[in-house]
Write a protein that binds this ligand. Structure first.
Ligand code: AHR
Length: 334
């Protein structure tokens, strides 16, 4: 039963959801059927957007796995806007779904809506990205990668790449960051810097660092500006493959060879990233697996049935250097 205060909050939320609905791409694809027989699980899922190849693969994985599990999926694409995610979550609360899952665009600013879900007794599962909350009980678990470790692995991989390339002198790094305030952007930068400060304090320097918002267009535009302001950059660390691919276009337009004049390490491992790596344009990729759908559906079932689940269900992933790219390319599933 909602208290009056919570009821009012929810009511305002529903009204806001109605007003904002036009901003978010809705796709209330009902993957299961709730009619007749035993009631299927209804899952409300708020996706970040469609900013990258990784994200598209993640969306497909969630939709396919929900269908496979026989759940009714209410899916909404927030187009990388937090307000759209908040309004989608409020509309799922109003629709009394069984479980809410979402991949938060940024880390902060979720307390109010998560408290509304808690008051409505709807469990919340985070997928892919984490949040900062004042109260740990506001979500049940996170299904996703260790982004700090991905940053560390990228720095260790860069050390191998620099050695293989025989790069002498100062390693002048340009960093293309993900969406400002997003967990993968904050944590990948942190993990990378941690290894850099510990092992390469004298010879590595991040000379320029800016967000490319995890998109190809962003990577292309920001890299073009980097090359103007710092033409002596010899390394690019991109927080995802899409930004690396966009940056490659600007590097080539500037008359330089990606993978040779500018060594490139990125994160994700999408097919297009592997194509660029097999062409010699990317030197190494740290994998971040987007195929979270089956694991998510499993967790949703457990949470719905009141089973205890781990607080963080981590994804397994690998590291790939350029000389592995051609052999690995046919195996890439996304
Ligand atoms: O949260 C995962 C990140 O988000 C992926 O690395 C990136 O490609 C996506 O947009």
């Amino acid at each position: 039963m909602l208290s009056r205060r919570n009821f009012l909050t929810a009511a305002v939320g529903v009204a806001a959801a109605g007003g904002l609905a036009a901003c978010a791409k809705k796709d209330d694809s009902s993957s299961g059927s709730s009619s007749g027989g035993s009631k299927t699980i209804t899952l409300g899922f708020s996706q970040v957007g469609a900013e990258s190849g990784w994200r598209s693969a993640n969306t497909t994985s969630v939709k396919d796995a929900a269908k496979e599990a026989g759940y009714t999926l209410k899916f909404s694409d927030a187009q990388q806007k937090q307000e759209n995610q908040i309004s989608a979550i409020r509309s799922y609360i109003a629709q009394k779904v069984d479980v809410i899952a979402f991949s938060p665009v940024v880390v902060t600013g979720w307390d109010a809506v998560l408290k509304e879900a808690k008051a409505a007794k709807i469990p919340v599962v985070l997928t892919d990205r984490s949040v900062e909350t004042s109260d740990d009980s506001l979500y049940v678990t996170l299904v996703g990668s260790d982004f700090t470790d991905e940053g560390r692995r990228a720095a260790k991989m860069l050390a191998t790449v620099v050695e293989k390339a025989g790069l002498k002198g100062t390693v002048k790094i340009a960093q293309l960051e993900g969406t400002t305030g997003a967990a993968p952007a904050i944590e990948r930068a942190k993990g990378f810097k941690e290894v850099m400060d510990a092992d390469h304090a004298d010879d590595w320097k991040i000379v320029v660092s800016q967000t490319g918002d995890f998109t190809r267009a962003g990577g292309k535009q920001v890299m073009a500006a980097f090359l103007q302001s710092n033409p002596d950059i010899n390394v690019l660390f991109a927080h995802n493959d899409d930004m690396a691919i966009g940056a490659i276009q600007s590097i080539e337009a500037a008359g330089k060879k990606p993978g040779k004049d500018i060594l490139i390490v990125s994160i994700d491992g999408v097919k297009d990233g592997f194509v660029a790596m097999s062409e010699g344009k990317i030197n190494g990729i740290v994998e971040c697996n987007p195929l979270l759908g089956p694991q998510l559906m499993d967790v949703v079932k457990k949470v719905h049935e009141g089973e205890t689940v781990e607080r963080w269900i981590k994804t397994k992933e690998g590291d790939y250097l350029q000389d592995q790219a051609k052999a690995e390319l046919p195996n890439r599933k996304y």
